[in-house]
Design a protein. Structure first.
Length: 263
């Protein structure tokens, strides 16, 4: 049931965002969707099958186990249910922010995460363009934090829905009125804000690491408000990988094991 709830929410939000992209796109995509979508969605399908066959539901089960055994920080100072859920959501969101920075700064992890950044365009399907090994490591990392926090199981389900939904939203190629975008940024990560993180410029790529709320980027000094190039024409991807024919499905699976390019 937990998996069905998360999958239904993810598919619903994805369909909503691709509909918005067709209705009001932010950028004119130079590469056809037929060239990119099978790769991105193929990775998503592979990752879903892999997780279903191995670690699927592990986060929820870890939360149930932690509460049953009285493990975690929340067990040391019992809180009202609503406050425990809020604390869990906030702490897990910060954990993902920190993980994202580690994925960029640690060369071994960057080998995996670069697959996400090789996309030469930026739309809702970019949100699911991840190497399977990164998905596995991310789940194990989240389980560590869930046990450390003593997370509420319902909060874990809610967090996964929020994380997937926020990632789909902030990777989407949708136009939002500029003044509204600036107001939204005080709370959440907007597509214009996260697109800067996918810039080919190193300084811009090393910014705006958040996936859900913008608080961590602002507090930790990793927030960049605007790219040097206009949003509608800024270069997306990695400087070392500019040829679409070199970024096929099987090549992306092999990419972490090839010569490492930081940029």
């Amino acid at each position: 049931m937990e998996t069905l709830i998360r999958l239904s929410a993810a598919v619903g939000i994805f369909l909503l965002m691709i509909g918005w992209e067709f209705w009001r796109p932010r950028r004119v995509l130079k590469l056809p969707r037929a060239q990119r979508w099978p790769i991105n969605l193929g990775l998503a399908a592979l990752n879903m099958i892999l997780m279903r066959a191995s670690l699927g539901g592990l986060g929820y089960l870890a939360a149930v186990h932690a509460q049953t055994q009285g493990w975690g920080l929340l067990a040391l100072a019992p809180l009202p249910s609503w406050l425990a859920i809020a604390a869990t959501l906030l702490l897990l969101d910060f954990a993902i922010y920190a993980q994202h920075i580690l994925m960029h700064k640690w060369p071994l992890l960057w080998r995996l995460h670069q697959v996400h950044h090789t996309d030469l365009e930026f739309d809702a399907t970019t949100a699911v363009r991840f190497h399977p090994f990164e998905i596995v490591l991310s789940m194990l990392y989240k389980v560590f934090w869930i046990l450390l926090i003593g997370a509420d199981p319902l909060a874990v389900i809610a967090f996964e829905i929020i994380l997937n939904g926020a990632a789909t939203f902030n990777h989407s190629n949708v136009a939002i009125q500029p003044t509204l975008d600036q107001k939204l940024r005080w709370l959440i990560i907007t597509p214009d804000m996260h697109r800067i993180h996918h810039s080919t410029r190193r300084a811009e790529m090393d910014s705006n690491y958040g996936f859900s709320i913008s608080l961590w980027d602002r507090l930790c000094g990793t927030y960049v408000a605007d790219p040097k190039e206009p949003q509608i024409s800024m270069s997306i991807g990695l400087a070392a990988y500019r040829k679409p024919e070199e970024l096929g499905f099987l090549r992306l699976l092999r990419l972490p094991f090839k010569t490492l390019h930081r940029d």
